[in-house]
Design a protein around this ligand. Sequence first.
Ligand SMILES: Cc1ncc(COP(=O)(O)O)c(C=O)c1O
Length: 355
Amino acid sequence: MRPNTAMPTGPSTSSTGSTSSTGPTSIFDDLESQVRSYCRSWPTTFTTASGSTIQAEDGRSYLDFFAGAGALNYGHNHPVLLEALIDYLRSGGIVHALDMHTVPKREFLTTFRDRILAPRDLDYKVMFPGPTGTNSVESALKLARKVTGRQHILSFTNAFHGMTLGALSVTGNSMKRNGAGLPLTNSSKIPYDDYFSGATEDFLWLERVLSDSGSGVDKPGAIIVESVQGEGGLSAARPEWLRALSELCRAHGILLILDDVQAGCGRTGEFFSFEESGIVPDIVCLSKSISGFGLSMALTLIRPELDQWEPGEHNGTFRGQNTSFVTATAALNQFWANDAFAEGVRGAPPSCATA
Ligand SMILES: Cc1ncc(COP(=O)(O)O)c(C=O)c1O
């Protein structure tokens, strides 16, 4: 962080000429809802950003460790992505198109198949569930219930899956859960990897009750898991734990939903955070860094046999932002055409990570 040279201390003047007695952040305090949160930790006003640096209007610059809570894996305003976006907008390219066919959507799907799915031998249908991670989680839970005909979903202690009611019902944080204002039903929590510090054998209880017709525990339709819990405290599951979970799901006909909203798109040194474990989840949720540029975008990847939606059964106005497709395609071409970026994340010299 550079020394502050121009910290405003006195009253500020708005564009209409009126003077505020409380300074340059007063509009946020006066008008913005109490629900605002991150900004309370950083009482400054940001202006520009480049790579891992963000600039504030008081002249300070900051190293951005927050990185959009995982939405900026390639940094702020990457020049290649920025140019692709500006070129597209200047060309008069269609921006909003719901789920209509567009050239950027075609290019994104083709690039995603060729650069991400095919090299990993993954066979998934791609669904655009809405603009954010919670939309992807919501669609995954709905689909799992529809396909299996079972309502109950298991999730893990300290899990975080989003703020809509379905996603909240599988989230652990009690403060967030209390915000629902109604009982969050049809889900139960089971211990995440190492919850008992290795003292209890993994999945012992679950395996036992699923095999015992007298246990009174209904078989869940799905288990949803993060291979690295982000909001829940940066806790990574061991690859062998994930494999055991995947095997347990297969053995009992339970769908495995992998929420890679935060840990995906290269965060762990592979495109998908579960690659090291070798498992193939039934459904994968992706968002945050998939657009590469901090634009909203989400995907739900579905094993083809499970893609049993009726047309329009899960809908939404902002499921196909072409600006996001443009930057997402540029990001896949820039960072996933070879291994240099992933190797950089895994620990090679930093010059690789910023290639
Ligand atoms: C693992 C995980 N799933 C889902 C979400 C929800 O994503 P969004 O905030 O884009 O709705 C988050 C957000 O932090 C997350 O970390």
